[in-house]
Design a binder for this molecule. Structure first.
Ligand code: ADP
Length: 312
C-alpha cells in the first residue's frame, strides 16, 4: 500500500557507524519535497556518500528510518529501489558493452520486460543525446558521454527520484555546464533530484533547497536564498590596469590597496560590483581582471559553525 505523500524523501534519526567505529553520520533528519532539486552539500568525508549509500540500499544503516515517496526502506525495499535512480561517482558500467546494452541490461535488473526495456533505453539515449552512439562500445565514448550514459542508465526504469553523487567531480567546465543543463531539464520534466556536491556554485546555480552536512551532522537545512543571505560580505581582488598611489574615497565602499596595482574590495550584500566598476572608472581607475578573495563555501561554513543549528 502506498501512503500518499508530497515528500520524495524523509530521513529520521539516520545513523551509520562503520565496523571500525567511525561514526560516518549521526542522527540525520531531512525532508525533500517531491519535484525539488535538492543539494546535499559538504566537504570530503562529511558523510554524503554514506547517506546516499543508505538511501540506495548499498550501505546498511546502524539506526534510523528512510522513506521514499512513502515507502519504508525496511519494509518495502523493492518499491524504494524501484523509485530511485542512482548515478554514483565512479563510472561503473561494463566498458566492453554497447551503450544500448548497458541500459537494457539495467532495465532487466528492475524487472522491466524486454520490449519495454528497449523502448525506455531508446528514450533515455535520445534524452541524453546519445542515440547516435547506441551501438558504440562504451570504452570508446568520451568522458562527457560516459557521464551522460551513467545518467541515462539511472533513468531507464523511470525512477521518480534521481540521486547524483558528485556528478561533476573531476570533469571539465564545458562538460560540467552541459550536465547542469541536462539535470535542470530532467528536473523540469518532473523528476525529483538530489545532488551531492562540494561546490557551493553548483548548488547555487541549480538547487532550490539545500542541506549542509559536516562531520556526519546536518548543520543547515533551508532554501538556497536563506542560506546565501548568511554570506554577509563578498571580497574581491581587482587587478588594476595602471598603478595608483592612493585610493579615492568612495562613499560606502570598503576598499584597500594590497599594492599599487591590486585593490581589495569588501562588498556587502547590498553593494554591487558593476556599480563599483563604473565609479572607479569615473575616477580614472580601470580594472584589468578580478577574482574572489575568499572561498565562499569556507566562509559559509565558518558562519554556520559559529552559530550551529543542531540537526534541524
Ligand atoms: P563524503 O561522501 O561526504 O566524502 P563519506 O560518507 O564517504 O563522506 O565518509 C564519511 C566518513 O565515513 C569518513 O570519515 C569516511 O572515512 C568514513 N567511511 C566511509 N566509508 C567507510 C567504510 N567503508 N569503512 C569505514 N569508514 C568509512
Amino acid at each position: 500500500m502506498t501512503i500518499e505523500t508530497s515528500k520524495a524523501l524523509t530521513l529520521s534519526g539516520l545513523t551509520k557507524v562503520y565496523p571500525n567505529n567511525v561514526k560516518a553520520i549521526e542522527n540525520i533528519n531531512l525532508e525533500v519535497e517531491s519535484g525539488d532539486f535538492f543539494a546535499l552539500l559538504g566537504p570530503n568525508g562529511a558523510g554524503k556518500s554514506t547517506t546516499i549509500g543508505i538511501i540506495s540500499s548499498l550501505v546498511n544503516k546502524t539506526a534510523g528510518r528512510v522513506s521514499v515517496f512513502g515507502f519504508d526502506l525496511d519494509k518495502q525495499k523493492n518499491q524504494v529501489k524501484r523509485n530511485i535512480g542512482l548515478v554514483p561517482q565512479e563510472i561503473n558500467f561494463n566498458q566492453f558493452e554497447k551503450a544500448i546494452d548497458v541500459l537494457t541490461i539495467h532495465a532487466g535488473y528492475h524487472g522491466i520486460p524486454r520490449a519495454e526495456a528497449g523502448e525506455r533505453a531508446a528514450e533515455c539515449l535520445q534524452q541524453l543525446n546519445l542515440w547516435d552512439k547506441r551501438h558504440t562500445i562504451t570504452r570508446h565514448l568520451s568522458g562527457g558521454m560516459k557521464r551522460r550514459l551513467m545518467i541515462a542508465r539511472a533513468l531507464v526504469h523511470s525512477p521518480k527520484l534521481l540521486i547524483l553523487d558528485e556528478p561533476t567531480a573531476g570533469v571539465d567546465i564545458e562538460i560540467r555546464r552541459s550536465m547542469w543543463d541536462l539535470m535542470r531539464q530532467i528536473n523540469e520534466q518532473g523528476t525529483t533530484i538530489i545532488l551531492t556536491t562540494h561546490y557551493l556554485e553548483e548548488a547555487e546555480s541549480m538547487c532550490r533547497n539545500i542541506a549542509i552536512i559536516d562531520h556526519g551532522r546536518i548543520i543547515e537545512h533551508s532554501d538556497i536564498g536563506t542560506l546565501l543571505d548568511k554570506l554577509e560580505l563578498d571580497s574581491f581582488i581587482l587587478d588594476l590596469q595602471s598603478p595608483v598611489d592612493t585610493l579615492p574615497d568612495i562613499n560606502g565602499y570598503h576598499l584597500s590597496l594590497a599594492d599599487s596595482c591590486t585593490l581589495i574590495a569588501d562588498l556587502t550584500r547590498e553593494q554591487n560590483l558593476s556599480e563599483l566598476f563604473s565609479i572607479l572608472s569615473d575616477e580614472g581607475i580601470t580594472i584589468k581582471s578580478m577574482k574572489n578573495k575568499t572561498n565562499r563555501l569556507e566562509q559559509l561554513f565558518m558562519n554556520l559553525v559559529e552559530s550551529p543549528k543542531a540537526n534541524v
